[in-house]
Design a protein. Structure first.
Length: 239
């Protein structure tokens, strides 16, 4: 029997995972349109902060995990907003590093949740999709940081993007290309580190989908086996 203390945690996780997926989807839709606006970076920070808050709720089913999520999210939010008050590069780097740690933390916890789920429902599917999108966000931080520390790591082949920087939407755009293995050739990794990082993301995306599909099929097959076993027992009892 489920205790009353566990029930609120389950409810929070179920609602928060949906909220996290909605926040991620909204950020993916909004970023292309605000990238060239005057206050585009400010709007991007607002969208990213909403995603962070939703992510904290998504993994905050237990008090210890919630505290860890808040501790990891706080530096990310603070450093992110400090970038709007100073032109120094340090806050940007701290924001990216803290963001990578926090997003990885959230993705790992959601992945464990999906693997341990006894059945496939809307909550599990939302968590699985959110993890995939979080991978794209996480690696976009890696690419942005690499482009800052080692300029020239990526080359833009389209003439219109000659002066573009791999940050914000452009970094996320490239990350999604690599993760889904749908590349258009308009952004190329030209250093060994950039190439290896791109290969790692592509491999992570492929392995994740393979593990996820095998896990979901396993859960579905187990459920069907239980139903068949229950039906057989019922027939035997009737006889």
């Amino acid at each position: 029997m489920t205790s009353s203390a566990e029930t609120p945690s389950v409810g929070r996780r179920r609602v928060s995972v949906v909220h996290l997926l909605a926040a991620l989807a909204a950020m993916f839709v909004v970023l292309p349109f605000i990238d060239t606006l005057r206050y585009g970076e400010l709007i991007e920070s607002v969208a990213f902060t909403v995603v962070l808050l939703a992510a904290v709720g998504a993994v905050g089913g237990r008090r210890r995990t919630l505290i860890a999520a808040v501790v990891l999210a706080a530096p990310t939010v603070i450093a992110r907003w400090c970038t709007h008050t100073t032109d120094a590069q340090l806050p940007n780097d701290l924001s990216l590093i803290a963001g990578m740690v926090f997003v990885t933390f959230v993705a790992v916890h959601l992945f464990r949740y999906v693997l341990r789920a006894p059945e496939v429902d809307a909550e599990v599917l939302c968590a699985a999709i959110a993890i995939y999108l979080l991978f794209a966000v996480d690696f976009s931080f890696f690419y942005t940081l690499l482009a800052r520390w080692e300029p020239g790591s990526f080359e833009f082949t389209y003439p219109r993007d000659a002066g573009a920087k791999l940050a914000g939407f452009m970094a996320l755009y490239y990350s999604i290309q690599v993760l889904t293995t749908i590349t258009f050739g308009d952004i190329l990794p030209v250093t060994n580190v950039a190439r290896m990082l791109s290969l790692v993301e592509g491999a992570v995306g492929l392995f994740y989908l393979a593990i996820l599909i095998s896990r979901l099929v396993g859960i579905y097959s187990a459920g069907n086996a239980e139903e068949r076993g229950g039906g057989a027992s019922q027939v035997s009892g009737d006889v």
